[in-house]
Design a protein around this ligand. Structure first.
Ligand code: AMP
Length: 235
């Protein structure tokens, strides 16, 4: 407790945006671990509900599988509930929200944010990445068969669970999601840009390089890969 009181680390609140497959989840997790941020993935929360057959999961399953956005009231409720838990002592990073102008207004009315990270990726690259994406049915870990394959084909390195394709990672659903994204989410970026919150990062390089760029642009401490951190601690 005393340690916490002496800890002068600032609180940081970020939004991460980018088209499907741009690496939002990966980059959010890398930033969250390093800075002790609570990582809130709205799509992850929805998928957890679908996988666990909750009432909410039943409500959103078809919409998600088709690549469409689920209702604003429902999503805003999820974000509000998650953020009222107040377990985010050092801040949060939120991925997958806001996705349209109404959600952006709701968010800006309720929370002040320190920055919006926009991961920029051309649609052609999105298609290539999304079709190679796999998800562990057990623990939800993400894989990409282009540059992040599991050690054993079809099995999760962390929990041994089966790797599956996301129900919305199909050509049809991807086309809908790209249309939704450019039609509804691009305007959100314009709102944030007017408030000068946005840092635009090229999402094509390897994930470590993208993470370094994110941190440099936000004036944050440099990224150290887990191995390097372990070596520093030992030495
Ligand atoms: P994601 O994991 O961010 O790609 O989200 C997967 C799916 O969850 C989306 O295609 C939507 O169906 C739904 N979803 C996630 N975030 C939102 C949001 N902010 N508003 C509406 N639907 C969302």
């Amino acid at each position: 407790m005393a340690g916490r009181l002496c800890d002068a680390r600032p609180m940081r609140k970020y939004v991460i945006m980018g088209v499907q497959g741009s690496g939002k989840g990966t980059q959010a997790a890398m930033l969250a671990v390093g800075l002790d941020l609570v990582n809130i993935g709205v799509g992850d929360i929805l998928r957890w509900n679908v996988q666990n057959h909750t009432k909410l999961g039943a409500q959103v399953r078809r919409t998600m599988a088709a690549g469409e956005l689920v209702g604003d009231d429902l999503v805003e409720g999820i974000v509000r509930d998650r953020l009222t838990q107040h377990d985010w002592n050092y801040g949060f990073i939120i991925d997958g929200f806001p996705r349209n102008e109404r959600q952006a207004e709701f968010f800006l009315e309720s929370y002040d944010i320190d920055g919006v990270i926009y991961l920029d990726l051309p649609d052609s690259e999105v298609r290539r990445r999304v079709m190679a994406r796999r998800l562990c049915a057990g623990c939800g870990m993400d894989y990409n068969l282009i540059n992040n394959s599991p050690r054993e084909a079809g099995r999760c390195d962390a929990c041994g669970g089966e790797l599956v394709t996301r129900e919305d990672d199909t050509e049809e659903a991807l086309a809908v999601r790209l249309r939704e994204y450019h039609g509804k989410t691009d305007p959100v970026l314009d709102i944030f840009r007017r408030k000068e919150y946005v840092v635009t990062i090229d999402a094509r390089p390897p994930k470590e390089q993208v993470q370094q760029a994110v941190r440099a642009r936000l004036g944050l401490p440099a990224y150290h890969p887990p191995q390097q951190v372990a070596q520093q601690a030992a030495g």
